[in-house]
Design a protein around this ligand. Structure first.
Ligand code: HAM
Length: 448
């Protein structure tokens, strides 16, 4: 390496004046490296997602992380659209997915004629959003999605809510530690139909996006945005006050006061709660009219799972989105689903001390004292591997003391030791770490 490029490399590593590690050596802000101990947790969590989804008869699908930007562009003023990681390449505008739902919709539309509905699909994907970071909010996160396509009835939501709570149970969180707050956008839509939505039904999507911000910016700022004469919604102050009043309802009986006597939305809510009773989960799914969700495409039920302590942001969120396929150019298909992130649940498991102890997944360790014993050690390791054991073959000049110390901590079951003495007797020494016992086995039994 020339002197100049040597210096370049050094400067890249550390900024000489500040001593700071250069930017290129850090993961971009809001993204994570997964070291083995992190990866063990991630794998374990994903296994729980997969087990629950399988228990409900859902099949796993996947799609590219990069899509055409147009798949994600929507006009309702959602944060998620402004947060897209997008770029131009060879005259194509592309974006990293911020959520899985549009890709799933694209996949359904592509085979719409040949699909046998209803379909039940689940995904586990990494999603990218250029977020302002706070606790539980990163610029990449993994999300478990479960979606039902082609079922217009509330049975779909009941299955989804039950699956979500099954996961919560499976993670060891006590009943009541997580609540799913449920509302119906259809109810809000009904109550505004006689007013602003009669002339301008298109304002409903941006209206939901604005009222979703109420916890973040407060009721005054929301009212201001709803009534902004230059804005997309343009409610009168009376109409805005009525919207905020409706959001205050915390029980179905209370919500009923704002609905027509024959309200289909109330009837659907009652139907859903009857099913939730049958699943034994109605008490874990309180009605809460303030939940509207920040994504424009929801049309019916909307729900968000929260830790009951209320210290963390939403663990999961979802709802019904019967018009998304149509909006994207497909034929209409009803759909409902949810997304469940890995970040917030990880923090809750940490706070509750519920992460299981996860050790490296090695069962047997094979150790040769010197180069002369290496071929025999390789033979032993190879034989064990063909038997389906997970085997670590010690490399180079690892000290036996260190290896045994590590093996004890790692959860390995056995250590196979081969030195000069073993070679001359044609055996391998097998140490059982749990029983703290040793025995010998003939090397010939590891041949072939
Ligand atoms: P979402 O509410 O935007 O919904 O995200 C779902 C969950 O993903 C959130 O509750 C949260 O746990 C996690 N999440 C979202 N953004 C971040 C972030 N920046 N950092 C960490 N975690 C995050 C959706 O994405 C919908 N597509 C869900 C859906 C599926 N609806 C119907 N089907």
């Amino acid at each position: 390496m020339s002197r100049a490029s040597n210096r370049d490399a050094k400067e890249k590593k550390t900024d000489a004046k500040s001593g700071q590690v250069s930017r290129a050596l850090q993961a971009p802000r809001g993204t994570r490296d997964f070291y083995p101990e992190d990866m063990r947790r991630r794998t374990w969590l994903f296994e729980q997602f997969r087990e629950v989804a399988a228990g409900f008869g859902f099949e796993e699908v996947d799609a590219p992380m990069v899509e055409h930007l147009d798949l994600f562009r929507r006009k309702a003023g959602e944060e998620i659209v402004d947060q897209l990681y997008h770029f131009e390449l060879h005259d194509r505008e592309l974006a990293l997915r911020a959520e899985m739902t549009p890709s799933i919709a694209r996949m359904v539309i592509a085979r719409q004629g040949a699909m046998r509905f209803p379909i039940r699909w689940f995904t586990i994907t990494q999603n990218w959003r250029y977020e302002r970071m706070t606790r539980g909010r990163k610029r990449e996160h993994y999300q478990w999605n479960m979606d039902v396509w082609g079922e217009p009835g509330v049975e779909a939501e009941a299955e989804l809510l039950s699956a979500l709570l099954s996961l919560i149970d499976r993670l060891g969180l006590a009943r009541g530690k997580v609540k799913i707050r449920l509302n119906s956008r259809a109810l809000l839509e009904e109550s505004l139909r006689e007013g602003v939505l009669r002339e301008r039904p298109q304002v409903f999507e941006p209206l939901c996006v604005v009222i979703d911000k109420i916890d973040k910016i407060g009721p005054e700022a929301v009212t201001e945005q709803l009534c902004d004469p230059e804005g997309a919604i343009g409610l009168t102050p009376d109409q805005a006050a009525r919207v905020l009043e409706i959001l205050g309802a915390r029980s179905l009986d209370e919500a009923e006061k704002y609905a027509a006597s024959d309200s289909p939305a109330i009837a659907e809510l009652r139907e859903l709660y009857t099913l939730l009773e049958a699943y034994g989960i109605a008490d874990q799914v309180p009605f809460d009219a303030s939940v509207v969700r920040g994504l424009a495409y929801y049309t019916g039920f909307v729900f968000e799972a929260f830790d009951a302590g209320g210290t963390l942001r939403a663990i999961a969120g979802g709802g019904r989105y019967d018009r998304l396929a149509e909006t994207l150019g497909g034929k209409p298909v009803p759909a409902a689903g949810f997304g469940f992130g890995d970040v917030v649940i990880g923090e809750l498991l940490e706070d509750e001390g519920l992460w299981p102890e996860l050790l490296p997944d090695v069962q047997d360790i094979v150790y040769a004292f010197g180069p002369a014993e290496k071929p025999a050690a390789i033979q032993v390791a190879t034989r064990l591997r063909t038997q389906g054991r997970r085997v670590e073959l010690s490399l180079g000049k690892t000290k036996l003391k260190r290896l045994l110390g590590d093996a004890d901590k790692s959860g390995a079951e056995r250590v196979f030791l081969i030195g000069e003495a073993e070679m001359s007797k044609g055996v391998v020494k097998v140490r059982d770490l749990a029983e703290k016992q040793e025995h010998e086995e003939a090397l010939s039994s590891f041949e072939g």
